[in-house]
Design a protein around this ligand. Sequence first.
Ligand code: FES
Ligand SMILES: [Fe+2]
Length: 443
Amino acid sequence: MITHEENEMLCRVGKGTVMGDFMREFWTPALLSSELERDAPPTRLMLFGEKLIAFRDSNGRVGIMDHRCPHRCASLFFGRNEEGGIRCGYHGWKFDVEGNCLDQPNLPDKNKYPAGVKSYAYKVQEQAGLIFVYMGKRDVPPPMPNLEALIGDYPDSTVALTQRDCNWMQALEGDVDTSHLGFLHMGGIDGEALDESNPSRYTVINKAPQINVTETAFGTMYSASREAGEGEDHHRFACFIFPFWVNYPGGASLDKGVTLNGWVPIDDYNTMIFNIDRLRGTPAGKDGLKYKDGRPVEGLARPVDYLPTTSDWQGRWRAKSNLSNDYHRDLEWMKRGSYTGIRGIPLQDQAIQESMEPIVDRTMEHLGSSDRMVMLTRRRLLDAAQLFRDKGELPEMVDKPELCNGTAGGDIVVERGTDWLDVYEKVMTERFGPNSFRRDAAE
Ligand code: FES
Ligand SMILES: [Fe+2]
C-alpha cells in the first residue's frame, strides 16, 4: 500500500524534490543526435520541469543550459547560434556550450568581466545516436551505465521518441506490468493459432502467469512464468534499471533482444519515451505478427504518426492519435475481440496510462499478485531516493557501471521446474560472459 505522501515523493521531479534530486544524479537522454544541426537555431527542451535550450555549435559540440541568459534573464531561445556559441538577442552576450562567457559587447572594455559570468550549462555527452545530459551535483559526472542498447553504432531508426501526457512513473509501470499484455495488446488474438516458436503464444493462452520478482544491484527484475509445451515452462523477463530504464520483453528471445525504454520526465505531468529496439524485433515492427497459416494478426503493427514539430517546450514527438480524438479507436474492431479498439501497442499503452489522470492516485488501487513487480519497483525507487536525501548515498551501480552488464528482456522456454534466476544467470553468462549478472545481489 502506498500513501499519498509516498505517491507525491515517487512522482514529483522538480528541483529540490526527493525523486527529482535523485534522478538528476544519473545521465539522462535528452534528444536524438540527429535533432540538432550545427549552427541551427536552439531547440526548446524541458527536463524535470526545467526550461532549457539545446544547440549544436560550429564544431559539432552540444550545449544544454537553462534558457535564461545570466545577464538579465532573456531567453536564449531567441539567441543566435554562431561561430562556436550562442549569442543572446538582448545585449549580445555570448556563451559556449560549457557556459563560458565569450563576449560582453555592450560593456566598455574596462568593465567587461567574462570570467565572472557563466550561463547555467549542464554537462553533455553523445553516445549511440543519443544526446545525454547530467543535471546532478557532482563536478565530475558518473560513468554511463553499461547497457547494451546504449553501446555501439546503430541507425536512427532503432530509436522512437514519443511524448506521453502523464507522469513518468505510471508510464514506466506500464513496462513492468506484464499481465496486461494478454488483454490490452493481445486480447483479440487466437493463441492456439500462433506458431509454437512465437513467444507471445503462451502469454495469450495463459493470461494469469506466476510473477517472480527480486531486487538486484541495478534495480529490480521479474519473470512471468507459465507452463509451455510438454515438460516445459515459458519465462518472460524484464529488468528495471535505476532510475528510469526498462529492458522490456519486446517479442525477441532472452538471448538475442536488445531493447530498452527510457521513461524520462519532461515535468510532473509529461514524459518523453526513448523506445530503443536496436534490432527492431518487436511485434510492433514493420512486418507485424502472423498466424501459423500466414494470416496477419490485426492491430499490432502500427507505428506512431506524429503531429508536426513545433518550437513549444513540449512540441516534439507528439502522437496524432491522442485523447482529443479518443486515439482514433475502432469500435468495430472491439466487436472482433480488441479490448480498446486502439491500434498499435505504443498507442494502446499511451491511452491507458493517460486515462489514469496525469498523476495516478495510487491510494485508490487494489493490487494483486500480478502487480508484484510494480510494488517492488516503487519501493526500491522510494528507498533509494530517500537514502540519497538522508545520507547522500546512491545505488552502487552509479559508480560501477559493470553492474548493468547482465540486463536484458525477452522470452525463453526451458525445462519445467528450472529456477527462474538459474535460467537468467545462464543466458546472461552465455551472452555477456561470466559474472555479468551478479546473482549475489539478487537474493
Ligand atoms: S539578457 Fe542576455 S545579453 Fe542581456
Ligand atoms: Fe503495454
